[in-house]
Design a protein around this ligand. Structure first.
Ligand code: HDE
Length: 728
């Protein structure tokens, strides 16, 4: 008699098949899930009596080739991997929805942008451009920000990045760029890093990359979280309305939690401590119900007015300054569901900037035009044939009807003898699709010129927007850019490459170039030498703005501390009442407070109670938190101050600009670390930005909570006293 539970023959495939075409992507994704209640079976549906032992000739005998169960299992396992994406290999995905704020009918007929009552399901995949599937999350890089909208008019993919410009102007250079950026081919190093000779060799030879380099060397290259990252469509696209008017647009995603970055030293340490940092952050936030949100913004350029911008809107190394054309926020996206299976969803999702819906069209940006070929082409290899649109994560929610047939891994069972159009045999009605009034219409922009393999002269301004970016940064952001260039170029062993790069930077800003060049053991930057090189273009166009606050992350900080992580450092003898109140207030404001001690279990409080410890110093170093709370208590302060792990924790948090709040005796921990506090007539004092020394008695009146929250909301205090001198 079988010990397996009775088999359930009504599997979820049949129930999904009965479901009406629906917006609920979850129904579609269930279509091929297997039911656990059926017990274990082979892939042919045969029940397995034993999943532990292979079939042998006798108990000690050799394994038999006829063991079809073993062979099936091992063979499937042996083919579990598919080729990783040639770029953007490491990604993290989540489901959610998009809802417009208002009808955009004036500009576009795109169905999902018409009705504020209608939610469109989305799947988003964030990715690092450079690293392999298993690379660390926090490396310096541009991040992919790809959104698939499952609209009633078909799937629309907005395949963007976390930066609004790109390295190159023409698709022809993409393979060269990626070859230069990826690990060097002879020894396959370094992983997920642009800090090596081939990248800078290439980058220094194509000055059009300079604007993008300013972005990647800025803190934008080190996002604190995918949830705190802007997204951009990069290229100009077009909205087309029902009257067939076309408007150039640029897409933006604005995160509700503000835009925040990691510190470079922190990012490198996290890469070792928690290489899945960004992936885990996204997963845990969604699991906890802290659903990340972005607003979709568009910059709309009125038809025919693109020439007034002052630069070529088709050049993907240029952005439209927000102070020149404001971003209109037209809807919001919420990510509220993690994937069920990483491979089936995040790995198999196939984006394509050519997946358009009626109401949206491309532009002639030559980089975008090249992308239109590449994405389907790469999926044919990566996903093994032309039927990847049938994989549940890629299916549209509206019905598909055409006469494409066959191909590797075809899953639809198309009935009947008709596989051509026009026909009358299929339904008895002549089906002719040519000239249909409805459906996708390409905008009829005139094309009619001689073929040309030349770069537009209007693309020849390679520096003015790099200068605009530099001018728009705060002092600490500039410091970080300089430090990043120095770091990367220091890793380049060929002095001529370093020299070429700083010569180029002299065309962005001479002071920047001098600051970068100083520790690199090369000559002073020479703008004339740069200008004499092949490929160099500096046909500056006078920009309409010389600074744009939107380009600095400071203006994007936000005021919320939602989902920020606060470490509460505890040891035996901790004073609990004020700590509890602060934790309560911070939690009410949306932050996550975790008690960090020397071992798991609990610590005793001054009043003899126990507090449960969440993490140890060994497993959750300061780089995993946004802020630190050091409670009062003489004994606990003495213990913390005597242990290197705790001392290091505080020093490191200080060095990384994180907010630190210390109560009563907890101040001593900071004092022993040498922070300046002499001029401290009262206990509540801010000797250096983001360090709060507070009297526990004042916690009850709420002032300390307010100060703590306000300081955490500023994210980091980069202008901190003496932080270079702090050993961490
Ligand atoms: Fe991509 N890009 N790309 N790209 N790209 C791919 O498609 C390509 C570019 C972007 O999460 C590949 O399915 C060319 C710009 C994202 O699955 C590939 C050119 C932008 C993702 C490809 C570009 C992007 C990709 C690799 C220059 C920002 C990840 C695997 C002409 C606007 C999508 C794949 C995901 C992935 C080609 C330039 C964004 C090879 C040829 C510019 C977010 O097809």
């Amino acid at each position: 008699m079988s010990l397996l539970p009775k088999r359930n023959t009504s599997n979820s495939r049949s129930s999904a098949a009965q479901a009406k075409p629906s917006q609920d992507k979850a129904i579609q994704l269930e279509a091929f899930t297997t039911e656990e209640s059926t017990g274990l079976t082979s892939n042919q549906g045969v029940q397995l009596a034993d999943n532990h032992n292979s079939l042998k000739a006798g108990d000690n005998g050799p394994t038999l080739l006829e063991d079809f169960i073993l062979r099936e299992k091992i063979a499937h396992f042996g083919h579990e991997r598919i080729p990783e994406r040639v770029v953007n290999a490491r990604g993290s995905g989540a489901h959610g929805f998009f809802k417009p704020y208002t009808s955009m009918v004036q500009y576009t007929s795109a169905a999902f942008l018409q009705d504020p009552e209608v939610e469109t399901p989305v799947f988003v995949r964030f990715s690092g451009a450079t690293g392999s599937l298993g690379s660390a999350d926090t490396v310096r890089d541009v991040r992919g920000f790809a959104v698939k909208f499952y609209t009633q008019d078909g799937n629309y993919d907005l395949v963007g990045n976390s930066m609004p410009v790109f390295y190159i102007q023409d698709a022809m250079k993409f393979p060269d760029l990626i070859h230069a950026l990826k690990p060097e081919p002879h020894h396959d190093m370094p992983q997920a890093s642009s800090a090596h000779a081939t990248f800078w060799d290439f980058a220094s030879l194509i000055p059009e990359a300079t604007h993008m380099l300013m972005w990647t060397m800025s803190d934008r290259g080190l996002p604190r979280s995918f949830r705190m990252m802007e997204g951009f469509g990069v290229h100009a696209f077009r909205f087309i309305n029902a009257r067939n008017d076309a408007f150039y647009i640029k897409f933006h995603w604005k995160p509700k939690l503000g835009v925040h970055a990691l510190d470079w030293d922190e990012a490198q340490k996290i890469a070792g401590r928690e290489p899945d940092f960004l992936r885990r952050d996204l997963w845990e936030a969604i699991e906890a119900g802290n659903f990340p949100e972005w607003e979709l913004g568009v910059q709309i350029v009125d038809a025919g007015r693109e020439d007034e911008l002052g630069f070529d809107i088709l050049d993907p190394t240029k952005l439209i300054p927000e102070s020149q054309v404001p971003v209109q926020l037209i809807g919001k996206m919420v990510l509220n569901r993690n994937v069920e299976n990483f491979f089936s969803e995040t790995e198999q999702v196939a984006f394509h900037p050519g997946n358009l819906v009626p109401g949206i069209d491309f532009s002639n940006d030559p980089l975008l035009q090249g992308r239109l070929f590449s994405y389907t082409d790469t999926q044919l290899t990566r996903l093994g044939g032309p039927n990847f649109h049938e994989i549940p994560i890629n299916r549209s929610v509206c019905p598909i009807h055409n006469y494409q047939r066959g191909g590797l891994h075809r899953q639809s069972i198309n009935k009947g003898r008709v596989a051509y159009e026009p026909n009358t045999l299929a339904s008895g009605v002549e089906l002719r699709l040519d000239g249909a009034a409805e459906g996708f219409q390409s905008h009829a922009n005139p094309v009619g010129a001689s073929k040309s393999r030349r770069r537009q002269p209007s693309f020849d301004d390679h520096f003015s927007q790099a200068t605009l970016f530099w001018n728009s940064q705060s002092a600490s952001e500039k410091d970080h850019i300089v430090a990043a260039f120095r770091f990367e170029l220091s890793k380049v062993e060929v002095p001529e490459i370093r020299q070429r790069m700083v010569d180029n930077l002299a065309h962005v800003d001479l002071k920047l170039a001098v600051r970068v060049a100083t520790p690199l053991g090369i000559n002073a930057p020479d703008p004339k030498a740069a200008a004499g090189r092949i490929g160099f273009r500096d046909h500056r166009i006078a920009l309409k703005v010389s600074e744009d606050p939107a380009l600095s992350m400071v203006s994007r900080n936000g005021t919320s501390i939602k989902t920020r992580k606060i470490a509460v450092l505890v040891a035996d003898g901790v004073d609990a009442p004020a700590l509890r109140r602060l934790v309560f207030d911070m939690t009410a404001a949306g932050a996550l407070c975790k008690l960090v001690g020397f071992q798991l279990g609990s610590v005793g409080t001054v009043s003899g109670k126990q507090l449960v410890v969440d993490h140890t110093f060994a497993t959750m170093p300061s780089v995993m938190f946004d802020a630190v709370l050091i409670p009062g208590g003489q004994e606990s302060t003495t213990i913390l101050g005597s242990q290197g792990e705790a001392v290091h924790f505080v020093l490191e948090a200080y060095k990384h600009g994180k907010t630190i709040c210390a109560l009563n005796e907890g101040h001593q921990l900071l004092l022993t670390l040498g922070f300046r506090t002499e001029k401290n007539p009262e206990l509540i004092n801010v000797p250096t930005p983001g360090v709060i020394l507070a009297d526990a008695r004042k916690v009850l009146d709420g002032q300390v909570s307010q100060d703590f929250q306000a300081a955490i909301a500023l994210h980091r205090h980069w202008d901190r006293l003496n932080s270079e001198a702090v050993p961490a």
